[in-house]
Ligand binder design. Sequence first.
Ligand code: MRU
Length: 368
Amino acid sequence: MSGDRDSRALDTVGWDGDAPTGHVRLVDQTLLPGEFVEIDCRDVPTVWEAIKSLRVRGAPAIGIAAAFGAVLGGQPAVGRGLEAVRSAVKAAGDHLRTSRPTAVNLFWALDRIDRVADSETTGDAVAFLERLLAEARAITEEDKAMCRSIGRHGAALIGPGQGVLTHCNAGGLATADYGTALAVVFAAHEQGTPLRVFADETRPLLQGARLTAWELQRRGIPVTLICDNMAAQVMKEGKVDLVVVGADRIAANGDAANKIGTYGVALLAKAHGIPFYVAAPSSTFDLTLEDGSSIPIEQRDPREVTHGFGRATAPEGVDVYNPAFDVTPAGLIEGIITERGIIRPVNADTVAEVLGISRPVVKDYRLV
Ligand code: MRU
């Protein structure tokens, strides 16, 4: 390993080339674990579709993809000067904001691009677009550093020989390269702590089975795949010592939205006396929301439930409800592992203290 990079790091999403002619490159996660394919996105609609269809997914990764996507949006306007590029980039960002509603990292990253776009008033159009690309690259590099730091803070929570249950995928594929919940596991493993991960398969789109199991296997970390409805039994059998999951949006009081099913896992953990941790960077906090009740929950296509992976598994025309996320109340969370330290106990005061902000929450305030 040199510095913070290692050979197993995943280049989940990035940019190839210069600002006026380059493109977004991302791992198409819908094809995993069967195929590892990188795709090039050369216009905004392609990036929008990649986010919507979960080719790129996971809160930090979609924020990074959107930031690069906004740069793509400025390319056709380069010949028309700085003002034209600025409005094209902003229009691209506005469109990308409509791709998925729950993960706040998407809006946080686009807000950063907008702020830079607003602050540059002089220079030529190419230099302006290069400046925006530099901001998108900075978001990517900061995410890598935040994930490594989350791993460092969380590794000690896992004792030798312990079982760790996780839900969905909060690994390298969901971030710039190292993950959040899985960063804790990776860091403990790298420190020589023997452990076993129980990966919930994560119905309906199987991020746990397809992505988390794949990531852990490729790093040589023992992993046991279970169906979501097996978690209670596995806990009752004493195989799980702690739960660590990621998050898509965390309110000021610590209520945390994550993949549908996470709330149920938190309740099960409470019932079995197992500590339940959330791992997330500061870019996942939405301090404009006092609690989780107003976190927007994405509703997805019923066919993900009735026709998962190409085969009808329910009668034609059946009514389906398919929320993609749920909110775990702060009271069920033992601690939130951030790049700035562990928030524990979880409440509005400790969130503000660890993130280094003062209460009360200011509307429209975004952590930078
Ligand atoms: O619908 P997805 O696959 O984008 O949902 C992802 C999750 O719920 C992750 O747990 C979350 O984004 C954290 S990723 C570090």
